[in-house]
Design a protein around this ligand. Structure first.
Ligand code: HEC
Length: 92
């Protein structure tokens, strides 16, 4: 007769709050990670209504730079706006 003993396995569950301080991975999202996390969490972007056109994201990025002093190099703005539009906005 063979007796097999199974040890009762205690599974510890760690409940972490949902990750909210990250941007969705997408094309060139590393630039968004780099330039859009220094002042506020990703919530500001991820809670915006979806499907906005490129002009919406262009205005957001320009506002961050001009009104709030975000240090975003001009040469990166286009790529960042494209990335935001592609990930959170309307595909165009
Ligand atoms: C220099 C600091 C700074 C940086 C860097 C920054 N933001 Fe902001 N952002 C702000 C401030 C200040 C507000 C307004 C906060 C408030 O109203 O409570 C804001 C608000 C927002 C909002 C909410 C809507 C609005 O217009 O107020 C969005 C969306 C946003 N930021 C997106 C971005 C994106 C995208 C980037 C990167 C391109 C970025 N932010 C980088 C300072 C910054």
């Amino acid at each position: 007769m063979i007796t097999v003993a199974f040890a009762a396995t205690a599974v510890a569950t760690l409940n972490l709050p949902q990750e909210t301080s990250r941007y969705i991975d997408g094309k060139n999202s590393h630039l968004v990670q780099a330039y859009c996390l220094s002042c506020h969490s990703a919530d500001y972007v991820t809670t915006q209504p979806r499907g906005q056109p490129r002009a919406f994201w262009e205005a957001v990025v320009q506002k961050m730079k001009k009104a709030y002093g975000a240090e975003i190099p001009d040469k990166e703005i286009r790529t960042i706006v494209d990335s935001l539009t592609e990930t959170y906005g309307r595909k165009n």
